[in-house]
Design a protein around this ligand. Structure first.
Ligand code: SER
Length: 886
């Protein structure tokens, strides 16, 4: 049975039973919290939640869906596809469990001659939610399914929601036994390959929020009515009814594999690795077609990025199959022909779709050629060095210079048996972002003229949505360049944006501004800074990365969730450290300023002496205990007098509104007036470690700390350092301080001894040196080159010693050596030499000039030095020439 026939029968069956046929919604999810439409029920969520009145009590559809969490599994298993179609029937407060089960049973097992699918009733197994006796009883009553083919499973398997706050309910799934060739007996709880799920009936009856996992969420109440949401996998049903093994081999997909066989000259079914590639190509080419068909274009963000990734993976798979020429011009039309029957718009819009796809393939091919050489070189170098991992810098360079997405680097490195230092890569990405932010901030202050901002503010404040959500659908209220309003800004520009609403926290109360993106149709803005130039008005400084932003445009403002989590940890961490300071030092230790950003905090407070090591560690201890106690964090608005009454700490120098926000951690333990974003429980801060304590002016000290993972990384680094030391010194960590102190003392002793020996040895040669004097002009001259000495003092001692042995007649002694890597010459003259006009200072100067330095001193002893020790002999020659010439 052709896929299009299966879908036709579906819609006809339910239409005959009073359901309105609703066309598939776009793959671009109508729900902004998810990128794609992931299930047939998505367009109907408002009806289920009772937010909108359903226009019909029953509906049916075949919905286009994309799910990408398993993108890496595509082709490796037979069940994972990115694009798929979901047949659904829906009841909004009309029939419930019994009706849904009756329809499903009839359509699955009814004869093909009657327009049904004709599966053998004895091969049907079902699962129900473990507590749902009613559904189990209905399967027995309606379908006569024997007890042993009705299996019970827990929330992980038999409860359904979208992963977001919304409707949810227990579900019941229908499976077909494919026979012993596909796996062991025992039903779906034992093997989901042999027992293939084709249809899921969800009994939607609750509203949920706080969704943490499939089986972790909070039921907030009953839905207004009990609803039915069912989803049958069209592709799965097709491969069962077409007698093929998997979804890549059905009529709507296999032609692409055939075409790939032709252009590659390879055969599907001959080699496992190649088969995986063929399937990746078949799945991804189709997804590419469908996504571009629904208006998505390749980009580096959100949906566009998923599309880019799929398209690139298919191009890579073709290259691995040995095809170097562009492959999409061969494959995309084949996919269009296979899908066009069900989606005629793919045929009429193919010109547009193919142009976008082919251009992206061309761009990627250029990237591949440039980047692959670099990657291969890096891989070779890593292997040669015996490394199993490619450095984060290399992954970053590939990304930054050649546009290689990290996934591609990971994949290509893995093909050659190497891992990639992903953490290093992400750190470098973060640093780059921070540089851009710092850059934007340093350019701030350009719009000292606040007139426009004031006017905007008069027209209305910016409501801040970021206490409760990170993503807000909103509109561009104003665009500004250099403090003046503009209508549009193009890629590459840095401009200011005011939104109708924003979840972005503007820098204030010590908390750094949020980081994230603002996206829209083909648009991406990187948020570099967020400020409130006038009270109540939030202004985003953004760089236009893609597209053109327009005044009045609808956009999605998205705070980077990781950044925000870090910001919340750091800000709550600041309150905790403040409370700990006051607990340890007393209430006079009052905060006078603070700054925090993800991972880091600093806090200035009034105190007039340095904190002892013991006080620091006690503060750290109190703070971390507060974290471990998992204190609740609450906030509420109240009047300023009430807040003061309550003991909330206000900062001096701040002016507060009538109504203030009070944040408390652990009840009265920490109460502060604060507008910042905070964690819900102190344990979410993770860890605090103090890294510094210093003075910032009189009567004021500063503590700095790291929080969360940063704190952990810092401690981990220190631990690694201790391990290295303990290894090098062959000492247990706890004995290190004593061992190092012992070593330092011995070293000092040894140095002293060495210095004494050197001096002794030096002086031992004094007699011989005196005898080595040469007659230069009318003077006896000794030049001594003694090599390394402990200090210039040694040379001086030597020069004086030699001079003392040279009697009354005119004598000059010059001792040269190297002290601490620098050349030094000490010159000593006796009285007769000085009478003859030979001053030590002038001679030392002459020598020093050659050494690249200066010198001077008294007429009897002087010293010169320089930088170039290799010129010591030349310096002595210069000195000799000077003596000669005097
Ligand atoms: N929403 C359910 C699913 O996607 C049934 O349609 O499985």
């Amino acid at each position: 049975m052709l896929t299009s026939e299966i879908r036709r029968r579906w819609l006809a069956f339910f239409e005959q039973r009073g359901h309105t046929v609703v066309p598939s919604a776009s793959l671009v999810s109508p729900d902004p919290s998810t990128l794609f439409t992931i299930a047939g029920m998505v367009p109907f969520i408002p009806y289920m939640l009772g937010r909108e009145t359903p226009p019909w009590p029953r509906a049916t559809s075949v919905q286009k869906c994309v799910r990408t969490p398993d993108i890496d599994e595509v082709g490796k298993t037979t069940r994972h596809g990115t694009f798929f179609q979901m047949n659904g029937n829906f009841s909004f407060g009309d029939y419930f469990k019994e009706g849904a089960i009756e329809y499903a049973w009839e359509l699955v097992t009814g004869s093909q001659d009657d327009g049904c699918y004709g599966f053998d009733p004895d091969k049907v197994w079902v699962t129900v939610y473990e507590e749902d006796d009613e559904a189990a009883a209905l399967w027995r009553k309606v379908a006569g399914i024997p007890e042993h083919r009705i299996q019970r499973r827990d929330k992980k398997d038999n409860y359904w929601h979208t992963g977001q706050p919304g409707p949810a309910g227990p579900c019941s799934e229908i499976y077909i036994d494919r026979g012993a060739a596909y796996g062991p007996e025992g039903g779906p709880i034992v093997d989901e390959d042999r027992f293939l799920e084709i249809w899921n009936l969800v009994f939607m009856q609750y509203a949920i929020d706080d969704v943490k996992a499939k089986d972790q969420f909070r039921i907030t109440g009953d839905l207004k009515s009990k609803n039915i949401d069912t989803g049958m996998g069209l592709e799965r049903t097709a491969y069962l009814l077409q007698g093929v093994d998997n979804l890549y081999e059905i009529d709507e997909v296999f032609p692409v594999i055939k075409a790939a066989e032709e252009i590659s000259g390879k055969r599907y079914g001959a080699d496992h690795d190649d088969d995986v590639r063929f399937r990746v190509v078949a799945d991804h080419v189709r997804s590419t077609l469908m996504l571009i068909g629904d208006g998505i274009t390749p980009s580096n963000e959100g949906r566009g990025y998923v599309l880019r990734r799929l398209l690139r993976r298919s191009v890579r798979a073709m290259r691995l199959l040995g095809v170097d020429e562009p492959s999409l011009p061969h494959l995309l039309p084949v996919s269009r022909d296979a899908m066009g029957q069900s989606y005629p718009e793919l045929v009429s819009g193919f010109d547009r779709i193919s142009r976008a796809a082919y251009a992206e393939e061309e761009a990627f091919r250029r990237t591949l050629v440039a980047g692959t050489t670099i990657l291969d070189t890096a891989v070779k170098a890593a292997k040669k060095a015996g490394d199993t991992m490619l450095g984060g810098e290399q992954a970053f360079a590939l990304h930054d210079t050649y546009g290689f997405p990290i996934d591609l680097t990971l994949e290509m490195a893995a093909e050659q048996g190497l891992k990639v230092d992903e953490q290093g890569f992400r750190d470098l990405m973060r640093e780059q972002r921070e540089r851009a932010r710092a850059d934007a901030k340093s350019k701030k202050g350009g719009h000292a003229d606040l007139t426009v901002f004031r006017e905007l503010r008069e027209a209305g404040a910016t409501p801040f949505t970021g206490y409760t959500e990170l993503t807000t659908a909103t509109t561009v209220r104003a665009l500004l360049r250099d403090g003046g309003l503009i209508a549009t800004a193009a890629a590459g520009e840095t401009v200011d944006v005011v939104l109708e609403l924003t979840p972005f926290y503007a820098e204030s109360g010590g908390q750094e501004s949020d980081s994230g993106v603002i996206t829209g149709d083909g648009l991406r803005l990187d948020v570099l800074d967020v400020q409130r130039p006038v009270k109540g008005l939030i202004v985003h400084t953004v760089r236009v990365v893609e597209g053109e932003v327009r005044h009045g445009q609808e956009v999605l403002a998205q705070v980077d969730p990781e950044w925000r989590l870090g910001a919340r940890q750091a800000h709550s961490g600041t309150h905790v450290v403040h409370a700990a300071l006051r607990e340890v030092l007393g209430p006079n230790a009052l905060q006078s300023g603070s700054y925090n950003k993800p991972g880091y905090l600093r806090l200035d407070f009034s105190w007039n002496q340095a904190l002892s090591a013991a006080a620091r560690s006690e503060i750290e201890d109190v703070a971390n205990r507060a974290i471990r106690e998992d204190l609740g964090v609450q906030w509420q608005y109240m009047s300023l007098p009430e807040a003061k009454e309550w003991g909330a700490i206000a900062l001096f120098g701040e002016t507060y509104d009538e109504q203030v926000r009070v944040v408390e951690i652990g009840g009265p333990w920490s109460r502060e007036l604060c507008g910042g974003t905070h964690v819900d429980h102190s344990s979410q801060i993770g860890l605090v470690t103090l890294t510094g304590e210093s003075s910032v002016g009189s009567g004021s000290r500063r503590v700095e700390a790291l929080v969360g993972l940063e704190a952990f990384h810092h401690l981990a680094k220190e631990r690694a350092l201790v391990a290295t030391l303990s290894d090098t010194l062959k000492t247990r960590p706890e004995d290190l301080p004593e061992r190092v102190a012992g070593l330092a003392a011995r070293l000092r002793e040894a140095e002293k001894e060495l210095a004494a020996i050197r001096t002794e040895r030096l002086l031992a040669g004094a007699g011989a040196l005196a005898e080595s004097a040469q007659q230069v002009g009318g003077v006896r001259l000794v030049t001594a080159a003694v090599g390394d000495v402990s200090s210039a003092d040694d040379l001086r001692t030597l020069a004086l010693e030699v001079r003392g042995r040279m009697g009354e007649s005119a004598a000059v002694v010059a001792a040269g050596g190297v002290a601490g890597g620098r050349p030094v010459v000490v010159v000593a003259t006796n009285a007769a030499a000085r009478d003859a006009g030979l001053a030590a200072g002038a001679l030392a100067k002459a020598a020093a000039a050659v050494l690249g330095g200066g010198g001077g001193g008294k007429p009897d002893v002087a010293q010169g030095g320089g930088t170039d020790a290799s010129r010591l002999p030349a310096a002595m020659d210069a000195l000799r020439a000077q003596v000669q010439g005097t």
